[in-house]
Design a protein around this ligand. Structure first.
Ligand code: AMP
Length: 220
């Protein structure tokens, strides 16, 4: 199964991705996390991406496409995978169609979490991430049990550099200009728009219902 998570930054894609992994055991890939990993490791790609990411822009399609292909070529993606943050442009979507077709993968199942801009800005500026498992918390709505510490591995939570209000607004402009129109590419397929302003548990109930339908369909 191939799952794509769409929605603006801060819509809860990362949180839902973690839950879906728990349920399906599918491998989840976040291109943002991959790029942050490259930055941390000081690779050429990381250096190229750093300034663009910190300013809230989009990294070039060619760089991201190559990185994605290399990641999904690993053994843990052989039976499928979930993507969070990719594709983000029409060019990436076209490229990804070709990759799926060449590798004989099925058409993707798409979850689009719909959240208005102002809600997103409030959420993102309160967002904290675990450096060990990449889980996302929210200081306001979804805090860890112990302030500043991951519930699962004791990682010390951090605030991402691109989670400031100014950068979030720039990321949202990029989303409206380039990612939102790209989603039209998937609407005629196995596409599900979900109200992402609901509590994460409620969103996951909807996601689970759809996933169970898919799994039953596959088993037939
Ligand atoms: P995210 O963690 O998905 O919010 O991504 C953080 C940042 O990484 C984005 O603001 C972009 O600068 C960059 N990025 C992640 N995925 C992509 C992509 N598919 N295409 C271009 N840039 C990306």
């Amino acid at each position: 199964m191939i799952i794509l998570m769409f929605g603006p930054p801060g819509c809860g894609k990362g949180t839902q991705a973690c839950e879906i992994v728990g349920l399906t055991k599918i491998t989840a890939i976040s291109t943002g996390d991959l790029l942050r990993g490259e930055m941390k490791a000081g690779t050429e790609l990381g250096k190229k991406a750093q300034d663009i990411m910190n300013a809230g822009g989009l990294v070039g399609d060619g760089l991201v496409n190559d990185m994605l292909v290399s990641r999904i070529s690993q053994a843990d993606c052989r039976d499928g995978f979930l993507l969070d943050g990719y594709p983000r442009t029409a060019e990436q979507a076209r490229f990804f169609d070709g990759v799926l077709a060449r590798r004989g993968f099925p058409a993707p199942l798409v979850f689009h979490l719909d959240v208005p801009a102002d809600v997103v800005v409030g959420r993102i500026t309160a967002r904290r991430q675990c450096p060990v498992c990449n889980r996302i918390y929210n200081a306001l709505y979804q805090p860890p049990k112990v302030e500043g510490i991951c519930d699962f591995d004791d990682g010390v939570l951090f605030t991402r550099k691109d989670d400031t209000e100014e950068t979030v607004r720039e990321r949202l402009r990029g989303y409206d200009r380039r990612t939102n129109p790209m989603i039209a590419h998937y609407r005629s397929g196995n596409y599900h728009k979900i109200d992402g302003t609901q509590a994460p548990e409620r969103v996951f109930e909807e996601v689970t219902g759809i996933l169970q339908g898919e799994l039953v369909g596959q088993a037939r």
